[in-house]
Design a protein around this ligand. Structure first.
Ligand code: AMP
Length: 405
């Protein structure tokens, strides 16, 4: 690990010292941003976070060639065209950005070659080419013709061995770098996994325990407190013999949840589940609501949020933690009657962060939650990569990162 860290540092130093003057620099960004029905971006974070990397290149006279994917198009589906985001990219970067509606071939090469020092071009969605997700080497070779250097700043795609994220690096040997966003992501997660100041608390929520198994197992060696919230709670409770009414439950994972509780005990990790929960008689914003012990939910009712006593207990843990990782909402925060737990928990994390704790929020839904509640500025770092972050937390090596080292 230390070896890897020093390699990262070296690559970053190398990037920052590189003379990009008049050179073409491909930056694989992750501009896979959410769009509304009018193709307007609803969350600019990924573009904003890559700005520094792009500025480093253009401020030193480089010609910046942006490659990205958007969605999962089936061939050239124009609703996934990156042209929809061009104006926003220009606005955020504060410079004019050209657009090229192909990624490979003469037209693409000519478009890139016509760039002047310090100019930026956004290439069309790399996934318009089915070769991209297959990790096709010939496609990667053709992409590589667009640049003298390659920078990977697409943390959100770093867990994919695709042509533009991983395979392309074969053509750049000593001329490939880690972008500043990717570097910051890795440092932030390592700050929890490898050098977090104790006590370290992980809050794992979301709908299902099955999707978080490896993450939880890997975290148990590193953390002091594990708060389990959201729908996965009820698999644990049922395994303990509790009555969970109609709450979401993965029966196949009851045994596993017992194993997790035992493992936590063995490793000295205090595992907390909610004691009281807000229940609803249906999964809807119009549901009748009530409070219940998590062990005694009546038939016809389901647990949909953490109750006030649970939040109080979780808050006490958060207020004594120096490192906090949060992945997954602890209730159905999208529905107003069940949003309180997730909102309060977020506010507690912000409060503790103000007092010096390091907090990291990652995973699509918890990120949406902190944004919805307007508290994202109070979190130390918000990850831009859902799947990539989860895989990194699981202890997996991400191909896009391995390829750079
Ligand atoms: P995940 O993608 O696994 O992180 O799950 C996120 C989703 O879990 C969110 O959309 C939440 O609404 C949902 N969720 C949270 N708590 C519950 C619950 N008690 N029952 C059902 N779904 C929940």
């Amino acid at each position: 690990m230390t070896k890897n860290k020093s390699i990262f540092k070296l690559i970053m130093e190398n990037f920052l010292q590189q003379n990009f003057k008049n050179k073409r620099v491909i930056v694989r960004v992750d501009f896979n941003v959410p769009l509304d029905n009018d193709f307007k971006i609803t969350d600019f974070t990924r573009i904003e976070f890559s700005k520094k990397t792009i500025e480093e290149i253009i401020n030193r006279g480089g010609k910046c060639v942006l490659l990205s994917h958007m969605g999962r198009p089936n061939g050239r589906e124009l609703k996934y065209s990156l042209s929809h985001i061009l104006n926003s990219v220009e606005e955020i970067l504060g410079v004019p950005v050209k657009f090229c509606n192909v990624c490979i071939g003469n037209e693409a090469i000519e478009a890139v070659d016509s760039l002047k020092e310090g100019e930026v071009i956004l290439m069309e969605n790399v996934r318009f080419y089915p070769e991209e997700t297959k990790g096709d080497i010939d496609f990667a070779r053709q992409l590589s013709k667009l640049g003298d250097y390659f920078v990977n700043d697409a943390f959100g795609s770093a867990h994919r061995a695709h042509s533009s994220t991983t395979i392309i690096t074969d053509f750049f040997k000593e001329r490939k770098f880690i972008g500043m966003l990717l570097d910051r992501e890795i440092k932030s997660i390592d700050r929890v996994l490898k050098n977090g100041k104790k006590p370290i608390t992980a809050i794992i929520g979301g709908a299902k325990v099955s999707s978080k198994i490896t993450v939880i197992e890997n975290l148990l060696d590193r953390i002091d407190y594990l708060i389990i919230g959201g729908g996965m709670v009820y698999t644990f409770i049922k395994a303990e013999g509790g009555e969970i009414g109609d709450s979401i439950c993965e029966d196949d994972f009851c045994e596993y949840s017992i194993k997790i509780s035992e493992l936590a005990k063995k490793k000295g990790v205090k595992l907390l589940l909610p004691e009281d929960v807000v229940i609803g008689n249906e999964f809807s914003g119009k549901a009748k609501i009530n409070l219940s012990s998590v062990y005694k939910i009546p038939p016809g009712w389901q647990g949909l949020d953490a109750g006030p006593d649970s939040i109080k207990t979780f808050a006490q843990i958060i207020q004594k933690s120096n490192t906090i990782l949060w992945n997954g909402p602890i209730g159905v925060f999208e529905l107003e009657p069940f949003s309180n737990g997730t909102r309060k928990l977020g506010e507690e994390i912000v409060k503790r962060t103000k007092k010096g704790a390091f907090s990291l929020v990652g995973g699509g839904d918890s990120v949406s939650a902190v944004k919805k509640f307007g508290i994202s500025n109070g979190i130390s770092y918000i990850s831009t990569g859902g799947g990539a972050m989860l895989e990194y937390l699981e202890g997996k090596k991400l191909p896009g990162i391995v390829a750079l080292t």
